[in-house]
Design a protein around this ligand. Structure first.
Ligand SMILES: NC(=O)c1ccc[n+]([C@@H]2O[C@H](COP(=O)([O-])OP(=O)(O)OC[C@H]3O[C@@H](n4cnc5c(N)ncnc54)[C@H](O)[C@@H]3O)[C@@H](O)[C@H]2O)c1
Length: 287
């Protein structure tokens, strides 16, 4: 038997990365639909700013570093002490691989560990802290992956690896939670105009040139975070297994078994791509 639609009016929704571009919009949209929100991010000042103007009776804004399990269990305990339940957890905090494109050979020591620490361990820690309450309420878990879960992650391997792993957590959870009448889903944003995407849109000219070469223009145009906020709220209410936003990525995702080998082979053969990767590595050697 499938789980019922999730009613956001009155639901308790925990969001990490809630002061960022996507998290902030999700908090605002689920709050608009009547939810009580637990907004978590690295700094108290940033979450306070992000929830400004929302009904204080329906907001709990707190500092929580997703790499620290105790921060998350404290936040979950505070939410349950105040409202008695958690219906939705949106494990969304994330970071990029850095301010520049780099290969596996050229990336600085520690970057991989840092990206995995936040993007993968952070999701794991968030989900684990909230899960007993999600099971109790027959609620919903949503994890933020990325189109990078299925695209070739060249010059961005730490990030792509973290997002592919997050997808696996979401898919496994959905099957495991069926026994409890709860659900899980995976969010796959394409490019969204937030600070994390700056590196691919001008901050690093080589990263910008590489993605321009690799993707057709319609897939490249970044969307506003507001669109992700709406798609996420709709997806939570529908308990969607997958939220693809913008929807133009759906055919690429659906056909990944065919598209991936073809695009990998095309990247491998393209002299312009090979030249750009050389430039990335030459630049790293000069650093
Ligand atoms: N913007 C895009 O193009 C895009 C595309 C696909 C996926 N995503 C994913 O969406 C999610 C949200 O990103 P965004 O675009 O809103 O970027 P953002 O940089 O605006 O927001 C990310 C937020 O996560 C917070 N954060 C970072 N490390 C943290 C930690 N250790 N503990 C708690 N919070 C932490 C940051 O402070 C920030 O507020 C990320 O997981 C990102 O990887 C973004």
């Amino acid at each position: 038997m499938g789980a019922q639609r999730l009613v956001l009016d009155g639901a308790v929704v925990v969001v990490t990365g809630a002061a960022g571009g996507i998290g902030r919009e999700v908090v605002r949209e689920v709050h608009r639909r009547g939810a009580r929100v637990v907004s978590l991010d690295l700094s108290q000042a940033a979450v306070d700013d992000a929830v400004r103007g929302l009904d204080p009776d329906r907001v709990l804004a707190a500092r929580a570093d997703v790499t620290v399990p105790a921060d998350l269990s404290d936040a979950v305990d505070r939410a349950v002490a105040r409202w008695g339940r958690i219906d939705v957890v949106f494990a969304n905090a994330g970071i990029s691989s850095g301010d520049s494109a780099d290969t596996v050979a050229s990336v600085a020591d520690g970057v991989f560990e840092r990206v995995i620490g936040v993007n993968l361990m952070g999701v794991w820690n968030t989900v684990r802290a909230a899960l007993p309450h999600i099971i109790d309420s027959r609620g919903h878990v949503l994890v933020t992956s990325s189109t990078y879960a299925y695209l070739n992650g060249m010059v961005n391997a730490p990030y792509a690896a973290s997002k592919a792993a997050v997808e696996q957590i979401g898919r496994a959870l959905r099957s495991e939670l069926a026994a409890h009448g709860a659900t899980a889903g995976v969010l796959y944003p394409g490019w969204v105009a937030t600070p994390i995407a700056d590196v691919a849109f001008g901050k690093d000219e080589l990263a910008t040139a590489l993605i321009k070469r690799a993707f057709p223009r319609p897939l490249l145009t970044p969307i506003k975070p507001r669109r992700v906020g709406l798609a996420v709220a709709d997806g939570i209410e529908a308990r969607s297994p997958r939220i693809q936003v913008p929807r133009r990525w759906i055919p690429v995702a659906a056909l990944r078994g065919i598209v991936n080998p073809l695009s990998d082979a095309a990247l491998h053969r393209d002299p312009t791509m090979i030249g750009l990767v050389r430039e990335v590595e030459d630049r790293a050697h000069r650093r």
